[in-house]
Each structure stands twice: as structure tokens, then as C-alpha cells.
Design a binder for this molecule. Structure first.
Ligand code: FMN
Length: 305
């Protein structure tokens, strides 16, 4: 028997695979295709206090080995989420994580406070790292001070555990990760998308309505893996690895680099049951390599030559 459950300290997951925010809707969109109860967890689409329309189309463009998006965080806002979506997902036997967004620090705290009494919510994930909202792709996760301020304010506003989602668009990821830890974050997830651009040579127009967007998918995997390794080596809190995970082997690599759990994003667009295949492949890998507990693999990268 292989035990693929993981313990983040504040949250136990039945397996290390979590569907990533913005690639899995509110969960309900995927329930006709997969049994959501099989997931370690899923992160809902980013929620602001009020509904938002998002960015102008086109919002998605394919690249050689990934996807550029400038969705711009459209959403139904917290009130409609609680009324229309939450009753459909709250009974699921999986971790429900709410991705929180804000125009300013107070909005992050206000959304966290608003949802805090719902015990079916396992954790919040603070999206301080979306490159598609402000002009030029600037986000709070590019500043250690802003990261610290938002995390601290949110932690003081709620009792739900907080995962801080970091941006890869920085020089030193460990500096930002340490600020999130200092602000009281319970865990870190990384990475969000890489600031990117596409151009159609024939029309000379950008491939996205917003001009700039965020790159995800297999193209970013080695850079994300490097950042997860650096972050996990620097902080004491659990790290959740994200970036181009398409197979169980990819997930295992992130765990060996130091992640306790992983998130799967772009793969959900390739096939709605990607997360379940990845779970099965992780189990098969453990059996094949006589690993009794997946947790034993975290941070076991062998640096000896
Ligand atoms: C279409 C799309 C929408 C996304 N929306 C969100 C979002 O609402 N909140 C968030 O934190 N990340 C969002 N992301 C980032 C993903 O959750 C993930 O961090 C990123 O895509 C890297 O993982 P991947 O290579 O497995 O896709 C989005 C990504 C894509 C492709």
C-alpha cells in the first residue's frame, strides 16, 4: 500500500494534487467530467469583493509549449459566489481553497473576513501575483514590503489558514517568500504566470487584447522548479509547487525539489481529467520505486556528484 496523503500542518490532503486557480472555474464546471472528491483539493477562480468583467478579448493565445493568458480576473464576486456556487461545492470531500484578489490591501482583508465563518473553506490563497491586472504586469508580489503588508493584514482579519501565491517575475524569489513567512503566511504557493507577449507576424498585432499576458504550461516548468527549490530551501513553512505540471513524473520532480503538494493548471485545458491521471501516475511511481509515503520524498534532491 502506498500512502500519498500529505500534511501541510494546517491542512491534511488525501493526495498532493490540487487544481490551480483560474484553470478549474469554481469546480462545478469540472464535476460533469471528473469526481472532484478524488482531488487533494482545488482552488477556485480568483474572487474580488464585487463582480468584475476582466480584460478585453482575445484573452488566450497558444505558444509552442504553453499558453499566454490575459484573462484579467473576471468573476462573480463574493456575494454571488456564496449564494450560487458555494452550496454546490461545500459538501465535497476535498479541500476547497479560495483564491482571493484585491484592488488594494483592504479588499484582500475584506474578502478574507467575509468568508471566514465558512468552515468548509480549507484555506485562502492570496493572489498577489497576477500579471494581467495592472498595466505593465506589476503586482504586489514583486515587492517584499507590499507582500509583508498584505499577508499581515489578511492574517489579522481571519482565522482561515493563508497560502500566499508568489510571482516568478522577480529577481530574488527567496526575499519575497521570506516576507510572506514573516507576515504570518501558513504556506507559499508558486509560481503564478511569467509576464509574456505574443505577436501575429501577418497582422503585426499582439495576440492578446491586453497586449501583455502571463505564460504558463510546460515551457515554464524548469524555471518554476528552480524557484520552488530555492524557496523550499529558504523558508520553514510548506511550499506548494506550480508550473507546467502535466504528468505524475513532473509532480514528483517538484516534490523532490521541496514541495509538499503541487497545483495543476494549464494541463486542465488539455484534458479535464489531467489531475486524476497525475494522481494515478504519482501512485504508480511510488509503487515502482518502493516509496511507502509520498511525504518522504519532499526535499530529497540528491546534490552529491
Ligand atoms: C487561463 C488562466 C487563468 C488563471 N487565473 C488565475 C487566477 O484567477 N488566480 C491565480 O492565482 N492564478 C491564476 N492563473 C495561474 C495558474 O493558477 C498557475 O499559477 C499558472 O498557470 C502556472 O501553472 P501551470 O503551468 O500548471 O498552468 C491562471 C492561469 C491561466 C492559464
Amino acid at each position: 500500500m502506498v500512502d500519498i496523503s500529505v500534511d501541510l500542518g494546517f491542512l491534511k490532503l488525501k493526495n498532493p494534487v490540487i487544481a490551480a486557480s483560474g484553470t478549474f472555474g469554481y469546480g462545478t464546471e469540472f464535476s460533469p467530467f471528473i469526481d472532484l472528491n478524488r482531488l487533494g483539493g482545488f482552488v477556485v477562480k480568483g474572487l474580488y469583493r464585487e463582480p468584475r468583467p476582466g480584460n478585453p478579448p482575445p484573452r488566450l493565445a497558444e505558444t509552442a509549449c504553453g499558453l499566454i493568458n490575459s484573462i484579467g480576473l473576471p468573476g462573480i464576486g463574493v456575494k454571488r459566489f456564496l449564494k450560487e456556487v458555494f452550496p454546490q461545492i461545500k459538501g465535497l470531500q476535498t479541500a476547497i481553497i479560495i483564491n482571493i484578489c484585491g484592488e488594494n490591501n483592504q479588499e484582500y482583508a475584506s474578502v478574507a473576513e467575509y468568508l471566514d465563518s465558512y468552515e468548509e473553506i480549507s484555506a485562502y490563497e492570496l493572489n498577489i501575483s497576477c500579471p494581467n491586472v495592472k498595466k505593465g504586469g506589476i503586482c504586489p508580489a514583486q515587492s517584499p514590503e507590499e507582500t509583508y503588508e498584505i499577508v499581515k493584514l489578511v492574517k489579522n482579519s481571519c482565522s482561515t489558514p493563508v497560502i500566499t501565491k508568489l510571482s516568478p517575475n522577480v529577481t530574488d524569489i527567496t526575499e519575497i517568500a521570506l516576507s510572506a513567512q514573516e507576515g504570518g503566511s501558513d504556506a507559499i504557493s508558486l509560481v503564478n504566470t511569467f509576464l509574456a507577449m505574443g505577436i501575429d507576424a501577418k497582422t503585426r498585432k499582439p495576440t492578446l487584447g491586453n497586449v501583455l499576458g502571463g505564460l504558463s504550461g510546460p515551457a515554464i516548468k524548469p524555471i518554476a522548479l528552480r524557484m520552488v527549490y530555492q524557496t523550499a530551501s529558504a523558508v520553514q513553512i510548506p511550499v506548494i509547487g506550480i508550473g507546467g505540471i502535466m504528468t505524475g513524473k513532473d509532480a514528483v520532480e517538484f516534490i523532490i525539489a521541496g514541495a509538499k503538494a503541487v497545483q495543476v493548471g494549464t494541463a486542465n485545458f488539455a484534458s479535464p481529467d489531467s489531475t486524476l491521471k497525475i494522481i494515478d501516475e504519482i501512485t504508480a511511481f511510488c509503487k515502482e520505486h518502493y516509496i511507502k509515503q509520498i511525504q518522504d520524498l519532499t526535499g530529497t534532491v540528491d546534490l552529491n556528484s
